[in-house]
Design a protein around this ligand. Structure first.
Ligand code: SF4
Ligand code: SF4
Length: 389
């Protein structure tokens, strides 16, 4: 398994091989036999979602997606690729940092005595199959936030440390993808146990598979495979290289951190506010947004109470409440907070951008607000080029 923030420290003999569909099926079987809960993409309710898989047959073979700002549709493909789709509505944070977690419960007995039961972290041992390079980067960002600082989350740490990550390089970017602009894809760099690249050409269906950890190499050794050949390596590199040229979106090639810092009073914030509903969808789908709040609930008798932690959003009015008064009262200030944090002040806090270019916030925004468009508009306003297009 890959260690959070320490992926390069393991010593092992890296392996490379070619798998066919039988190898993919065996991969799921081997991981389950090793006690892993295998999670991967599958078609459900008109979307490609992440769910527990019992077999590789449940992968979205032959399905792709059509994406645009505020629009998501699955579509049949002419081929049987299993990983020719870009980011869906969920990210891996749904499993590593779940939406709702009970922290403790308390019961009052017949004599009024109180028993408090603390929740212990879920001992689940995940294998994530089909982690995109942008999402692999997002996991590293969550590692930094939730395990690398002063405020560590032991529940995240226990799920993450036990997780086996199978990355799949991107060969089919979506219309809202811009991982190239954020330096997060479409090739994988580090942080995986196994990395796959799907190849479909005249020589048939196959997966170039590389190990990135000792456990990855051990799992690969259990699979039906053949030695990696130059033709497959070349085809895999070409497919990933072609994906890099076909990104649907791009960020303006400027220093985004400075752009955000120097334009807090731009008119563009008013423009975007007229379209933003403050619904918080963009924060829910974002693979790096991690904020939570707590809520206490009790039953009607008042004898049983529970504390839950749940995802929160900086678009909630209560999110910025200090001494009972929200600091960010206007929708303008809340959208600005989200974007300037994501692209700017995240660097100051955590040493990287908070955006990996997955495009989810564009797709799942009900009014189709697109952060690449907003960043470009801010740049054009700042440089006086807005009316020159
Ligand atoms: S800000 Fe948007 S594009 Fe960037 S990582 Fe979050 S959801 Fe993806
Ligand atoms: S930007 Fe879009 S998704 Fe985000 S809060 Fe505004 S309307 Fe909702």
């Amino acid at each position: 398994m890959t260690e959070p923030g320490n992926t390069g420290a393991l010593t092992y003999e890296a392996a490379e091989a070619v798998l066919d569909r039988d190898g993919l099926e065996t991969l799921v079987r081997v991981l389950r036999r090793r006690g892993r809960t295998v999670v991967g993409p599958t078609v459900r309710d008109g979307a490609i979602v992440l769910a527990e898989l019992e077999s590789a047959a449940e992968l979205p073979h032959g399905w792709g997606v059509e994406l645009e700002a505020g629009r998501y549709r699955i579509r049949r493909r002419a081929d049987t690729a299993a990983f020719a789709h870009s980011a869906g509505p969920q990210s891996w944070k749904s499993f590593l940092h779940p939406e709702r977690v009970r922290q403790w419960s308390a019961d009052r007995g017949p004599e009024g005595e109180l028993t408090v039961q603390e929740e212990t972290p879920d001992p689940v041992s995940y294998a994530f199959l089909g982690v995109r390079p942008c999402d692999l980067r997002a996991i590293r960002i969550l590692d930094r936030v939730l395990t690398g600082g002063r405020h560590r989350d032991p529940a995240y740490g226990s799920r993450r440390t036990g997780a086996f990550l199978i990355a799949v390089e991107c060969t089919e970017p979506g219309a809202t993808c811009f991982c190239v602009s954020m330096g997060a894809g479409p090739a994988v760099d580090e942080g995986y146990d196994l990395a796959l690249t799907e190849v479909l050409d005249a020589d048939g269906y196959r997966l170039l598979c590389r190990s990135g950890s000792a456990e990855g190499a051990a799992v690969l050794a259990e699979l039906p495979r053949r030695p990696a050949d130059d033709a497959t390596r070349r085809a895999a590199a070409d497919a990933v290289g072609s994906a890099a040229q076909r990104m649907g979106r791009s960020m303006p090639a400027v220093d985004l951190r400075t752009l955000m810092r120097d334009n807090l009073e731009a008119d563009r914030w008013d423009d975007v506010t007229s379209r933003c509903l403050s619904c918080g969808n963009c924060t829910m789908v974002c693979p790096t947004c991690f904020c939570t709040t707590t809520e206490d609930v009790s039953d009607l008798t008042g004898d049983h109470a529970e504390r839950w932690r749940r995802w929160d959003s900086c678009y909630d009015l209560d999110f910025s409440a200090l001494h009972g008064v929200p600091v960010r009262e206007s929708a303008r200030s809340r959208y600005r907070q989200w974007l300037t944090h994501k692209l700017g002040t995240w660097h100051d806090q955590f040493g990287s951008s908070g955006c990996v270019g997955c495009g989810r916030c564009i797709v799942w925004c009900p009014t189709g607000i697109d952060l690449t468009v907003e960043a470009r508009a801010l740049h054009e306003e700042a440089t006086g080029t807005e009316n020159l297009r």
